[in-house]
Design a protein around this ligand. Structure first.
Ligand code: NDP
Ligand code: 8X3
Length: 250
C-alpha cells in the first residue's frame, strides 16, 4: 500500500505536534507547517518518516499559496489535510473585547482554514481522493460567557465542514470536524497572551483532555474504511460538561 501524505497545520505544538508524532510512528509522510520554524525543525529531527516542513502563517493567503505551489514532488499528492492551526485571543466579555483579538481569531480560525482547504481541494479534486479534518471546538455549539468570537469562529468551522460534505457529494473526498472540549496544550497560554500562571489555573484540579487524545481520534478517522465518513465528533473531558441556561432576576 502506498504511504499516505498528511499535511498538518499548526504542527509546532499541542494537537498538531502530538498528531505528527503519532502518525510518523505509523509510517505516514508528513508536511508540517506553523509560524515557529525552530519548533518545526526540532520536531522533524524526532520523526522517523519523510517530513517536509515549511514556515507558513495561515492568515497570509500568499504564503499559503506558495506553500502548496512549491511542495517537493514526493509531497505533492496530499491525502489528508488536517486544518488544526487556530487560537483563542483573550477571554473577555464582548463589550470589553479588543477588536484586534477578534480579527486575529477570524483570520486564523476561519480565513486560514479556508485558504488551506481551497488549495488542497485543487489536487484532491483531480485525484478524486482525499480527507479534510477540521478542528472545531465544543464552543462552536455550546455558548459560554466570554466565548463570543472564538465560539463563533468554531461554529463557522462546523458549518463549513457540513457544506463541504454537501458540495463533495458523489466524490471520494471525505470531510470530518472534530470538536474538542478543554485540552491542556499551549491554547490557554496563547489565549492569556503568555500568562502561564493564569493558563495553568484553567486545568488545575481537573482532568483536562491531553493532545494525544485528539491525535488518537485523528488517526482513527484517517484509518476508517473508504465507505465511512466521520462527519462530526464532540470530545469532552469527563470533568467538563454543559452548564445550562442562566436567568437574571430583578
Ligand atoms: P496550541 O496553541 O498548542 O497549538 C496551536 C497551533 O496553531 C500551534 O502550532 C501554532 O503554531 C499554530 N498557529 C496559530 N496561529 C497560526 C498561524 N497564523 N499560522 C500557522 N499556524 C498557526 O493549541 P491546540 O493544540 O490546543 O490548538 C489546536 C486547535 O485546536 C486550534 O484550532 C484550537 O482552536 C483547537 N481547540 C483547542 C482546544 C483546547 O482546549 N486546547 C479545544 C478545542 C479546540 P505557531 O504559533 O508556531 O504558528
Ligand atoms: C477550546 C475549548 O472549552 O476553552 O476550544 O472553549 S474551550
Amino acid at each position: 500500500m502506498e504511504t499516505k501524505t498528511v499535511l498538518i497545520t499548526g504542527a509546532s505544538s499541542g494537537f498538531g505536534e502530538a498528531t505528527a508524532k503519532l502518525l510518523s510512528e505509523s509510517g505516514y509522510k508528513l508536511i508540517l507547517i506553523a509560524r515557529r520554524k525552530d519548533k518545526l525543525e526540532k520536531l522533524k529531527k524526532e520523526l522517523k518518516t519523510e517530513v517536509h516542513i515549511q514556515q507558513t502563517d495561515v492568515t497570509k493567503r500568499g504564503e499559503v499559496e506558495k506553500l502548496f505551489n512549491n511542495l517537493p514532488a514526493n509531497f505533492k499528492n496530499i491525502d489528508v489535510l488536517i486544518n488544526n492551526a487556530g487560537l483563542a485571543a483573550g477571554l473577555d466579555l464582548a463589550q470589553n473585547s479588543d477588536l484586534d483579538d477578534w480579527e486575529k481569531m477570524i483570520d486564523t480560525n476561519n480565513k486560514g482554514l479556508v485558504y488551506c482547504t481551497n488549495f488542497a481541494l485543487k489536487t484532491m479534486k483531480v485525484r478524486n481522493a482525499g480527507l479534510i479534518i477540521n478542528i472545531g471546538s465544543v464552543s462552536g455549539s455550546a455558548p459560554y460567557p466570554k466565548g463570543n468570537v472564538y465560539g463563533a469562529t468554531k461554529a463557522f468551522v462546523r458549518q463549513f465542514s457540513r457544506n463541504l460534505r454537501a458540495d463533495l457529494a458523489g466524490t471520494d473526498i471525505k470531510v470530518s470536524n472534530i470538536e474538542p472540549g478543554a485540552a491542556e496544550t499551549e491554547f490557554s497560554i496563547v489565549r492569556f497572551k503568555g500568562d502561564s500562571e493564569k493558563a495553568k489555573q484553567v486545568y488545575e484540579k481537573t482532568r483536562a483532555l491531553q493532545a494525544i487524545d485528539i491525535a488518537n481520534t485523528i488517526k482513527w478517522i484517517i484509518e476508517q474504511p473508504m465507505r465511512v465518513n466521520i462527519d462530526n465528533i464532540e470530545i469532552m473531558p469527563i470533568d467538563q460538561t454543559y452548564a445550562g441556561l442562566v436567568t437574571s432576576r430583578r
